[in-house]
Design a protein around this ligand. Structure first.
Ligand SMILES: O=C(O)c1cc(=O)[nH]c(=O)n1[C@@H]1O[C@H](COP(=O)(O)O)[C@@H](O)[C@H]1O
Length: 278
């Protein structure tokens, strides 16, 4: 069984370094001429699947926008995940889960167990209860070739007060998360399966990302103000491991398929250029 890190490495070399989020905000549904209901949600997601599912390396449905519509929204999420996988995109479900270990085990089986209706290639996870509390996710990911992206330095301005706080040994909380994840990826080839989330908006991190040996998801591009050119400042020599992520910036170009495709192509071109400078 191939690891998530290896599958991601291949997808990025074939399709380019880009993750596009499916974030059907009410304002985007309106802009696309869709109703703010399950039907609008279904049409929005179907268009993204049809236009980008066979050309973008990673697609990241944001669970919150599907959960808004209860069980019917989750049914749309399940079929969106299935359709994306059929088109060869890796699916990173953005759910930012985290809890005590025994409950994390249930989240792990919900998202990383191949028999689950919500089975995806990778999920986002919050380490606020300790990186170790996420161990059941790491274990199931390793068993079935899945991935986990752990929040380290988030793109929102409120994150810094917690994530840049320093512990007794002088390390920031973010560095502690980075170090624990680095240990999990040690020795993996060509890339570990446990990623980190570091926002493209955060500026100089003051963190050492050199030993991560896993993917670095960089949201915050476009709508939150960061540009591909900012990636160099944030990631420095870790640039080759960066997976840039856009949602509203690309989605805003829809629903016209050609315009949506062109926006994704532009994004991947910008990112390729920014990462090639490493
Ligand atoms: O895990 C994430 O993807 C994430 C982490 C983070 O630090 N910041 C962040 O914006 N995100 C997600 O990335 C997406 C950003 O959307 P846009 O601002 O529209 O590109 C949203 O779905 C956020 O929930």
């Amino acid at each position: 069984m191939e690891s998530f890190g290896a599958r991601l490495h291949r997808a990025v070399s074939e399709r380019g370094p880009l993750c596009v989020g499916i974030d059907p905000h009410p304002a985007l549904l309106a802009r696309w001429g869709l109703t703010d209901d399950v039907d609008g949600l279904r049409r929005f997601a179907r268009t993204v699947v049809n236009v980008l599912g066979d050309r973008v390396a990673v697609i990241k449905p944001q669970s919150a926008f599907f959960e808004r519509f209860g069980s019917q929204g989750l049914a749309v999420l399940e079929s969106t995940i299935r359709q994306l996988r059929e088109r060869g995109a890796l699916v990173l479900l953005d759910v930012k889960r985290g809890d005590i270990g025994s409950t994390v085990r249930a989240y792990a089986s919900a998202y990383l167990e191949p028999s689950s209706p919500m089975y995806v290639d990778a999920v986002t996870a919050s380490p606020f209860l300790g990186v170790g509390s996420l161990a059941p996710m790491f274990e199931l990911a390793a068993t079935h070739g899945g991935g986990v992206f752990v929040l380290a330095l988030t793109s929102n301005p409120e994150g810094a007060s917690v994530q840049r706080a320093r512990g007794a040994d002088g390390r920031s909380v973010a560095q502690l998360v980075i170090d624990e994840v680095s240990q999990l990826n040690a020795g993996a080839q060509p890339l570990g399966s446990i990623g980190l989330v570091v926002g493209a908006t955060v500026g100089e991190t003051g963190c050492d990302l050199s030993a991560v040996n896993g993917p670095l998801l960089a949201p915050g591009l476009g709508a939150q103000g960061a540009t591909a050119a900012d990636l160099r400042t944030v990631f420095g020599s870790a640039l080759p491991a960066v997976l840039p992520s856009y949602s509203r910036e690309v989605l805003g170009a829809g629903p016209d398929p050609a315009a949506l495709r062109a926006a994704a192509d532009r994004a991947v071109g910008d990112c390729r250029a920014a990462l090639a400078m490493s």
